[in-house]
Design a protein around this ligand. Structure first.
Ligand code: PGA
Length: 251
């Protein structure tokens, strides 16, 4: 059985004082969580704070994006080795907001993925279709294209070191969650696509669902056979909600 993972994506929210309270509450409330993994992906300036509060806790931490470059004259960028310096285990790669708002192409996403695994981080690779792509019957072909871009440069051995997050763009921050059946169908598609290349790796791949996951719908989503947890935006900023979602992933 695959272990479930629930990862929070704080996006550009928080402050030192708000985070101290939130991280402290999560640390205490999730101390006894069993048979699942949890993590929070915080803005870069708060990585040191996450490391400070969460070291030796049940909660891992990570960043929300990473440079594809190792070091050099790249003003404003943050490298994978810098994230490691702050104890990160995870980094989100290819979130739809990065793709849509910051021009990250499939090729850039693939290069960031390679940089992350090269440093020993676990990328949380986000894939997902927009509403118009879904309505045009293109959801699977879009997701296949996004996965192929990474597979072409990292191969199955690279994918094996990552977590995949299916995040339909139309469900992110909209309150419109994919139904458990809709999400399961795409998760099964992703796993079958990987299984053609390597059955064993596909079988143990952790595939998260993201997009308006709440305490009220988490258990039903996580009970689907190919949904191995969630990537949680808005609800990860509310301690009680995030704790409830993590607990919904326990078995
Ligand atoms: P949401 O965001 O849970 O607020 O929909 C999910 C995400 O963007 O990762």
């Amino acid at each position: 059985m695959r272990q479930k993972l629930v990862a929070g994506n704080w996006k550009m929210h928080g402050s030192l004082s708000e985070n101290r309270a939130l991280l402290g509450e999560l640390r205490a409330a999730l101390a006894d969580v069993r048979n699942m993994a949890c993590a929070v992906c915080v803005p870069f300036p708060y990585l040191a704070q996450a490391q400070d509060v969460l070291t030796d806790s049940a909660i891992a931490w990570g960043a929300q994006q990473v440079s594809e470059f190792a070091k050099g004259a790249y003003t404003g960028e943050v490298s994978a080795s810098m994230l490691l310096d702050f104890g990160c285990r995870y980094v989100i790669v290819g979130h739809s907001e990065r793709r849509a708002l910051f021009g990250e192409t499939d090729q850039v996403v693939a290069a960031k993925f390679v940089a992350a695994i090269g440093a020993g981080l676990t990328p949380i690779l986000c894939v997902g279709e927009t509403l118009s792509e879904r309505e045009a019957g293109m959801a699977e072909s879009v997701i296949a294209r996004q996965l192929d871009a990474v597979l072409n440069v990292a191969g199955m051995s690279g994918i094996a070191r990552a977590v995949i997050a299916y995040e339909p763009v139309w469900a992110i921050g909209t309150g419109k969650t994919a139904s458990p059946e809709q999400a399961q169908a795409v998760h099964a598609f992703i796993r079958q696509k990987l299984a053609v290349l390597d059955m064993e790796i596909a079988g143990r791949m952790i595939i998260l669902y993201g997009g308006s996951v709440k305490a009220a719908n988490a258990a039903e989503l996580f009970s689907q056979p190919d949904i191995d947890g969630g990537l949680i935006g808005g609800a990860s900023l509310v301690a009680d909600d995030f704790v409830a979602i993590c607990k919904a992933a326990q078995f």
